[in-house]
Every structure is written in C-alpha cells, then in structure tokens.
Design a protein. Structure first.
Length: 162
C-alpha cells in the first residue's frame, strides 16, 4: 500500500461541526472494537488480523495511546486515536467515521481538536499516515494544517508452504 506521511505544526481550525470531543471510556469498548474492525476492513484490507479487543483495551487503559470520540447530541459519530509518541511528536490515528456520517465535518473537527491538545501539551508536531489512493482524507488533513512529508510503501510478506 502506498502511504503518505503528513506533519502538522499548527492547526488551521476547520468549519465548525456540531458536537464535542471526549476521551473514550469503558462504556465505549464495544463501539471501539466495532469501529476498529470497520476501519481495518476499509483502510487496511490486506493487513494481518489483529486482536481488536486487545487493541480497544490498550486505548482504554491509555497504554501509550488514547482514543477520542466526537459526540453529536449524545451520539458518537467519529473516532480518532493518539499514540506512538516520539521525542517531539506524536502520531494521530486511526481516524474513522461511519460512511453514513461522513461529510459533516466530524472527523475534521476531531482531528483538529486532538492535534491542538497534543501541541498544547508541549509536542512540537503531530503526524499521521494516509493512503495515497484516498484523496478525500488527504485533502481533509491538509485543510486543517497537515503538510505532506514523504511517501512510503508498506509491504507485507506472508510465509508460504514449501
């Protein structure tokens, strides 16, 4: 898969969307598992299977990562994670909004909000990876201040029986 790495040093606020950002809680565990599965099916269809329950639990324990949700009128409408810290930066991702809720600015506002939270804690920058073949997500990230840094290819090898 061809990916693009983006970096953000300053957030350009997107057009406002209704709702607010909050950290995921234990009550969101089933939703996290479901949305991680949906994200993987859509964005990483060739990835090796992972333990989605363990992934959700790591986010909920805040074990090197935190999941944030955008909630509109009591309904969770978008998800974004923060993790993979470096000495001066931190990775944003995964980012997921169900297809029927896209185009409303939820993910843009969520990513902008959590990116600003990270900068406010002293990080110099945030970064994320996108699929080069997804012009929509690439444009959304650029609009809130992420700039392309490099393109990389992700290769996956599977063992075959002799």
């Amino acid at each position: 898969m061809r990916e693009r790495i983006f970096r953000l040093d300053r957030v350009a606020p997107p057009r406002p969307a209704p709702g607010r950002c909050r950290e995921a809680e234990e009550r969101d565990r089933a939703l996290l598992i479901s949305w991680f599965a949906a994200f993987n099916a859509e964005a990483l269809p060739h990835a090796l299977p992972s333990d989605l329950a363990e992934q959700a639990d790591r986010f909920l324990r805040r074990a090197g990562r935190v999941a944030y949700l955008w909630e509109d009128d009591g309904e969770v409408v978008s998800l974004a994670g923060v993790g993979g810290p470096t000495p001066r930066g931190i990775r944003i991702g995964p980012v997921y909004t169900p297809p029927e809720l896209r185009g409303r600015g939820y993910a843009s506002n969520l990513v902008a909000t959590i990116s600003q939270l990270q900068l406010d804690t002293g990080r110099s920058f945030c970064f994320l990876f996108t699929n080069v073949a997804n012009p929509t997500s690439n444009a959304i990230y650029e609009a809130i201040g992420y700039a392309p840094v490099a393109e990389v290819d992700q290769l996956q090898f599977r063992a075959t029986a002799p």
